[in-house]
Structures are given as structure tokens and as C-alpha cells.
Ligand binder design. Structure first.
Ligand code: AOF
Ligand code: ZN
Length: 355
């Protein structure tokens, strides 16, 4: 006999199929069970498309199980919606199909829903339970929940440091810490986030492309901090291969012979911030307005430290290589709680999340 946990695990597994296709919506899965058998299942497949519950009901009906719905239990990873968005309310659909019981992982923090889906179903006589595999659901949709609850993107800080704790040479010259497999992993991570961010010095010194080359997937939006609009447009960041957001000071005057030079660069957008007052908060607030739900911060040290100091971050992925250099730029100190570690060839990745 299967347990509720197993049905919900299946719903979470289905939700996962929506990864990369539904943002900024959450990933949602739904399994409908009657008499210890799945009679229909579905997931939110595409942004703007039908929700998980709609596909699951349709699946049940197409399989000739429609008559069983009024006896059945729906396992949904997110509270069924109560609003008319791009699709009609799922709570109403479950009510109209006379489902007996609905079991939910997480409440929908969307202010258009937040509890109303549940109360509507309960008022209609459906037995509703919440919180089953809650932490798994929170992990699945951590980007969506952060955006909804904190009005900012989910922030991942990433850096590589030597075995003796340095992130670069004092001279500023190039330093290879991680290896080829670590780069593959970083490229995979880039495909999972909406945006990658680097600071001014990193953009200038490394001339990074910030695209995805060692993994099949979508290029994130590039974000560069160029407070005084001083970066040369010849940089790879401005090659037009993908969008770049330049973050600059409101009062900054373009310097150099051609003040309009950025305007000629294709695929560049600007986001202005005020100098001084919590720049990280302003930056993240602006990205939130652009519906960017996650940011992968790739350096340099000053930018990472600024995020650490502001407390506006969610995860650290730190690579420790085997190289020792004896002196250099001291690596940031992780202040979160260690959540895991993994060895990739000679490099050790450690993972931290905020306390
Ligand atoms: C559900 N089931 O599968 C999903 C839900 O613009 P819409 O109509 O697609 O609505 C998007 C909102 O609906 C989204 O912000 C979240 O609150 C909820 N997502 N709800 O019942 C689903 N994907
Ligand atoms: Zn819905």
C-alpha cells in the first residue's frame, strides 16, 4: 500500500519536469489517487499554460477515470489557485469535479491566492491538508518563494579559493584554482539561473563572456556593475550574444570621448541606482521588477563581500582547490550554515545557506 508521502513525492517529481519552462511561475505537480491507484497526473508545463491540476484532471478523464474523481484525493505541490490569471482558478476546478480530499505541500505566497484557494475548497466541503513534504516543496520552488516573499531574486554567491584561503594574487594577475570539471559544473549552474552578475573589476580584468558553453541550456541575462559607465564596449559582455544589464549610478556621467557609446551596443539595458544607500537592495529590487527570480554572483571579492555584508543572499557555492599560494587577496568568509560538500576531481565544493 502506497503512502501519502509517496504520492506527494511523485507530484514533486512531476513538478520538476517544468524546470526551465515555467519561470516566473512556480513548478507544480499534481497526482490524483483513488483506492491506492493513480487515476491521473499532470504538471505545469509552460508559462502561461494550464496549471498542474488542469492537466491531471484531463489525464484522469482521458483515461476513462472521470467517474472516480468524486471519490479521489488530489496531491498538489502548491495550494490550488483561486484567482483568474492566465487560466481560471484551479480550486474551482477541483470543487466542480467534487474531489473528496486535497493534500498540499506549500501555501501559495502569491497575494492573489495565499490561503484563499484552501478556504474556498474547505467551504465547498473538500477535506484539505497542508504541509506534506513542505521543505522539499520549498527547496523546489526556492526562487519563486524568495521572489514572492522577499520581493527580490534568489541570490547564489559563487567563488573559488586556494587551499590556503586566497581568491587571487595581490598583483591581480590571473590565478587558476578550479579545474575543467569545475567549469562544467559552473556552466550547468549558469543554465539554472535567470541572471549572472559580476562587478566592474572582474568585467575589466577577466573580460568574461558569462555565457553557457560546457552544458546544453539557456544563457542567463548578464548583469555588470558599472557605476560610472566606464567599461569599454569592446568587452565580451557587450557582444550582443545575450542581454546585458548595466547597473550604473543615476548621477553618473558617461566618461570618455563618446558619452553615447553604450547606446550603440545591442542588447544592453540600464538600471540606475543611487550612490550610497543600500546599493544591493536597490539592485535586487530593480531586478525583481524585471521578473528576474535568481542571480548567480560570480565575483569579484568586493561584490561578494558586499552581498555577504548586506545579508541579502541565500546560498554560497565555494570551490576550494588544492593549490597553495602563500599570500594574496583573502577569500570571503562564509557566514551561513554548511549544507553539504562534494568532491570534483581535485576541487572540493562546499555549500552554505543562510542561517
Ligand atoms: C496552481 N497550479 O500549476 C500553478 C499555480 O498567470 P497564471 O494564471 O498562470 O497564474 C500564475 C500564478 O498561479 C502563480 O504566480 C502562482 O501563484 C500560481 N501557480 N497554481 O494552482 C499550478 N503553476
Ligand atoms: Zn491554478
Amino acid at each position: 500500500m502506497e503512502t501519502d508521502i509517496q504520492w506527494m513525492s511523485r507530484a514533486l517529481q512531476l513538478a520538476e519536469f517544468g524546470r526551465g519552462k515555467v519561470s516566473p511561475n512556480p513548478m507544480v505537480g499534481c497526482v490524483i489517487v483513488d483506492d491506492d491507484r493513480i487515476i491521473g497526473e499532470g504538471w505545469h508545463r509552460a508559462y502561461g499554460g494550464p496549471h498542474a491540476e488542469v492537466w491531471a484532471i484531463l489525464d484522469a478523464e482521458q483515461k476513462g477515470n472521470g467517474h472516480l474523481l468524486s471519490e479521489a484525493t488530489a496531491f498538489v505541490t502548491l495550494e490550488p489557485c483561486s484567482h483568474h490569471g492566465k487560466t481560471p482558478p484551479c480550486a474551482d476546478l477541483l470543487i466542480s469535479k467534487k474531489l473528496k480530499k486535497v493534500i498540499i505541500c506549500n501555501l501559495d505566497p502569491n497575494p492573489l491566492v495565499s490561503g484563499q484557494g484552501i478556504s474556498r475548497m474547505m467551504n465547498a466541503g473538500i477535506e484539505v491538508h497542508t504541509g506534506l513534504l513542505e521543505s522539499e516543496g520549498l527547496e523546489l520552488n526556492k526562487r519563486f518563494f524568495t521572489a514572492m516573499n522577499l520581493q527580490r531574486p534568489y541570490v547564489i554567491l559563487k567563488w573559488a579559493e586556494t587551499a590556503d584561503g586566497f581568491i587571487g594574487h595581490s598583483s591581480g594577475g590571473p590565478l587558476t584554482i578550479s579545474n575543467a570539471m569545475s567549469s562544467v559544473r559552473v556552466h550547468q549552474w549558469r543554465t539554472q539561473e535567470d541572471a549572472i552578475l559580476v562587478g566592474f573589476k572582474t568585467a575589466l580584468a577577466d573580460n568574461p563572456r558569462l555565457n553557457v558553453r560546457h552544458w546544453a541550456g539557456t544563457n542567463p541575462v548578464r548583469i555588470v556593475l558599472d557605476r560610472h559607465l566606464q567599461l569599454p564596449k569592446q568587452l565580451n559582455l557587450f557582444n550582443g550574444s545575450q542581454a546585458t544589464i548595466v547597473v550604473n549610478y543615476l548621477e553618473s556621467t558617461p566618461v570618455g570621448p563618446d558619452p553615447e557609446r553604450y547606446r550603440e551596443v545591442p542588447m544592453v539595458a540600464y538600471q540606475q541606482i543611487d550612490a550610497g544607500s543600500d546599493e544591493i537592495a536597490q539592485l535586487l529590487g530593480g531586478l525583481h521588477q524585471r521578473k528576474i527570480q535568481s542571480v548567480f554572483v560570480e565575483g569579484g571579492t568586493a561584490v561578494i563581500n558586499a552581498f555577504l555584508e548586506s545579508g541579502q543572499w541565500d546560498e554560497i557555492r565555494r570551490c576550494q582547490g588544492t593549490l597553495r599560494i602563500g599570500e594574496g587577496v583573502i577569500a570571503p568568509t562564509p557566514k551561513g550554515i554548511l549544507t553539504g560538500s562534494e568532491k570534483v576531481q581535485n576541487d572540493l565544493w562546499t555549500y552554505f545557506s543562510r542561517v
